[in-house]
Design a protein around this ligand. Structure first.
Ligand code: ZN
Length: 252
């Protein structure tokens, strides 16, 4: 996908939340945007363009407030990502189109929240949010509780992550985050096999589709992922899997 196509898709998907990046004195409010979609669909581009949009909106806001004699300071904006994402650099979010912004890698929800609070970050952009899978004592995903706490504190949060894992199931805390989100832009990529709209990540081990119950971490095997449509997406299952059970039900 070319850069201009991506931007058109971004504008179309993000039009309503984008207008909410502007703010007026005394009207700060909590806002959670959860950007999901397949791999290579432009989620990181969305984060990167939101980052620049917010900086620009704040420059405009500070200048117009100063003209009215109101003393305001720009919001503190910072990008984060889960340190499990080892693609490219540790200290930047890099989109497949080549655009990038600086970021801080964190390995847990606690570290993320601690950094947001100690640096007094008003606008936090968080990439690869599906990897924040730890749960709190109440059994809830810690990232969900942390988000609710930050929102009550009038902070602006934009998260991006894969919505489905290679089995097509909700990826970690994503389903819960989508349920509490105020805006949910969704991106689709192109199937690596047939070119149809692709919503699923295909996991390949040594070039073959992964098994449903293959461990997440595999030692000594060449593992890769590619975007696929529902027709081309393949998962190898055991005989007692639900898909085979459905065949039995049909035979009744
Ligand atoms: Zn396909």
């Amino acid at each position: 996908m070319t850069k201009s196509n991506l931007y058109r898709q971004y504008q179309k998907t993000a039009k309503i939340p984008y207008q909410l990046y502007n703010r007026r004195p005394g009207t700060d409010y909590g806002w959670l945007e959860v950007v999901t979609g397949n791999m290579f669909s432009g989620k990181s581009e969305h984060l990167i363009m939101s980052y620049f949009d917010i900086l620009q909106a704040d420059r405009f806001y500070v200048r117009s407030a100063q003209r009215e004699g109101i003393d305001v300071i720009p919001r503190n904006v910072k990008a984060y990502k889960h340190s499990a994402d080892k693609r490219y650099a540790e200290s930047s979010i890099i989109a497949h189109s080549g655009m990038s912004i600086p970021c801080t890698a964190v390995d847990s929800v606690d570290r993320l929240v601690l950094d947001i609070l100690t640096e007094d970050i008003h606008v936090a952009l968080i990439d690869e949010v599906q990897f924040f899978q730890e749960k709190s004592e109440s059994g809830q995903y810690a990232i969900v509780e942390a988000a609710l706490h930050l929102l009550a504190d009038k902070r602006f949060i934009i998260m991006a992550g894969l919505d489905k894992d290679f089995r097509g199931l909700p990826f970690g805390p994503i389903a819960d985050l989508l349920a509490i989100a105020d805006a949910k832009p969704y991106y689709v990529s192109t199937c690596a096999v047939c070119g149809a709209p692709a919503t699923l990540p295909q996991r390949l081990i040594d070039g073959k589709p992964a098994r449903y119950d293959d461990p997440v971490v595999l030692v000594g095997a060449a593992e890769s992922y590619e975007p696929r449509c529902r027709s081309c997406h393949q998962i190898l299952t055991d005989e007692d899997s639900y898909i085979n059970k459905m065949e039995d039900l049909k035979a009744l």
